[in-house]
Design a binder for this molecule. Sequence first.
Ligand SMILES: Nc1ncnc2c1ncn2[C@@H]1O[C@H](COP(=O)(O)OP(=O)(O)O)[C@@H](O)[C@H]1O
Ligand SMILES: [Mg+2]
Length: 266
Amino acid sequence: MSTTWIMVLSCVFLAAGAAALVAAWLVGRRAGIELATAANDRHQLLERLAAGLAHELKNPLGALNLNLQLLEEELTASGALPDESADRLHVISSECRHLEEVLDNFLRYARKRTLVLEEVSINRIVEEVLTFLRPETSRVGIEVRTHFQEMLPTSTADVALLKQALMNVVLNAIDAMPDGGSLTVRTLALQGEVSVAFADTGAGVTPAARPHIFEAYFSTRKGGMGLGLAITRRILEAHGGSAVLDNPPGGGCTVTVTLPGLPRSE
Ligand SMILES: Nc1ncnc2c1ncn2[C@@H]1O[C@H](COP(=O)(O)OP(=O)(O)O)[C@@H](O)[C@H]1O
Ligand SMILES: [Mg+2]
C-alpha cells in the first residue's frame, strides 16, 4: 500500500499549499481594505500571486485525483483493498475534489479575462438564465415572474460572463427561499442604462451582514463559498456597470445589476 501513502502525503502537501495560498490572499485582502492605496497595490499583487499558485496547483491535483481513482479500481480488482482502506481512499478523493472546487472558484474570481463583447438583448439573456435554472426554481416551489420592458436598448456584453453574473444572483435567491416563494425579475431602461432587478421573498440580509455581502469569501450560508456576489460585481464592473443589493421595506432582498445601454440607431 506504499503507493497509497505517497498519494496521501501528496494530498496533504497540496492541501497545505492550497490553504496557504488562500490564507495569504485573505491576509492581503484585509490589509488592502484597511490601508488604502499602498496596501491596495499589495492586495492586487497578492491576488495575482495567489492566482498563479492556484493555477499551478490545479493540474497536479487533477492528476492526483485521477490516479487515486485508478489505484482504487486496481486494488479492488485484485481483491487487495480492505473496506477500511477503501473508506480512506474515498475520503482523500472527496477532499481532492473539494480542493479542486475551491481553486476553480478562486480562479473564476481572480482571473483577469479579456471580454469578448457583442451586442446583446438583456431581456433575452435574462430569459435564458431563468430558463436554464427553471428545473431548480420549480423544484423548490419558487414562482418566477418577469416584467420585461419592451424596446429595451441593447448593450455590449460578454455573454458567457454576463450569464454567470446573473446566474449567481438567481442562485442566491434560490438559496434564500428553500421553502419556496417568488422571484420577480424586472428589466428597465433609465438614462442610457439598462437594469435588471431580481426581487425575492426570502429572509433578506441582516444589517450586520449587509456591508460585507460583495466581499470575496463572505458567506452566511452553511457550505457557502462566498464568491458569488464578488464575482457578479467584478463582471458587472468590467462591463462599466454595477451590482447593488437592497433590503426592501416589505421584506426579502432585491439585487439590481446595471449595464450601459447602447444608443438606439434610427
Ligand atoms: N437573495 C439573497 N437573500 C439573502 N441573502 C443574500 C442573498 N444574496 C446574497 N445574500 C447574502 O450574501 C452572502 C454572499 O453571497 P455569495 O457571494 O453569493 O456567497 P454564498 O452564496 O456562497 O454565500 C450570502 O451568504 C448571504 O448572506
Ligand atoms: Mg451565492
